[in-house]
Design a protein around this ligand. Sequence first.
Ligand SMILES: Cc1cc2nc3c(=O)[nH]c(=O)nc-3n(C[C@H](O)[C@H](O)[C@H](O)COP(=O)(O)O)c2cc1C
Length: 360
Amino acid sequence: MSKMLLNLACEKNNSTMIDLSCKYLGLQLRNPVIVGSSGLTSTIANLKHIEALGAGAVVLKSIFEEQIRFESDKFLQSDHPEVKSWQDAFQGIVSKTEFYFDEAYNYLTSYAQEHTLKQYLSLISLAKEELKIPIIASINCNTQYDWQYFAKRIENAGADALELNIYILPSDFDKSGIEIEKTYFDIISEVQKYITIPVSVKTGYYFSSVAQTLLKLSETGIAGLTLFNRPYNPDIDIENLKVSASNMFSSETEYSHSLRWIALLSGRLKCDIAASTGVHNYETVVKQLLAGADAVHMVSVFYKHHFDIIPGIINGVETWMKNHNFSTIADYKGLLSGTKVNNPASYERVQFLRLFSSVE
Ligand SMILES: Cc1cc2nc3c(=O)[nH]c(=O)nc-3n(C[C@H](O)[C@H](O)[C@H](O)COP(=O)(O)O)c2cc1C
């Protein structure tokens, strides 16, 4: 190509208006890069920083079922005036540790729950006052607890959407896959009865049939699925002969599980899909969008490199789009999903047959 033609091509490229905006869970996002749920999204200072650096949305740290139960137990053992007044009322009838029978127990645990919940609700309402990007609240739930009640309060506090983090490890030998999976459907249907904001579900991939279960979950009326959560994983310390915790943070090569499933499910699910786990750089953001993700959640990378890398990631996606003549996300989202590629089997292949035969 002559120098003049090359210049013209470059000019055309550079003048392409790039629009990174997208829709996710029915919300308008300025770009698909979402800071996912973690301790990093639990303070207003961090949230404002995340917004200032350009992220599309944020998922707040979850309120945990265990946290609520723990706070309730801690409260019941405390010298808080509310606890003391009930103890005084029952003094002489029962001992301090026995007095938690129905009425007192119910009152005090809901008092403690209320306290934990109020802290979370004030984070949501403050975030809504201070930020313009969508605020997605999060509940980590594995049983049918009072989630409807919590969800309603979260909606009233102003959250734009609610992510339910449901991750049940199917390790119970007495329960079938169907029994375990029923809990997911029960939680979703209970929560949805009480709120109108979009609900998404973040989950793992331990299902008897991943494709069918995720399809059925997508048919429950939820607005999105986040694939996948990265669970706490055990390890073994061979020097001290102890069970230990494996790496808390993902690595940049851990995105292939979600890439595979997003590619296979894209265009088939009845809700949006967000990629989670191992999204550490702009290249992986682009890959997940090409596979069919509507957005990506990023967490570990911000623990490793802090939020300052957000603009670089967004610029990277933009430059890649310019270089490939894509002006909107819709131009290439799902372009390499399982239903679009010539050889969808490449996403289903699990054996390295050819590779094994050629690698010495
Ligand atoms: C320190 C830490 C805390 C997390 N806390 C939450 C949480 O409160 N709620 C939640 O749904 N996920 C939580 N996650 C999971 C992340 O949101 C994310 O799904 C997972 O880390 C995989 O993404 P990544 O590879 O970008 O880290 C946490 C992850 C880390 C590393």
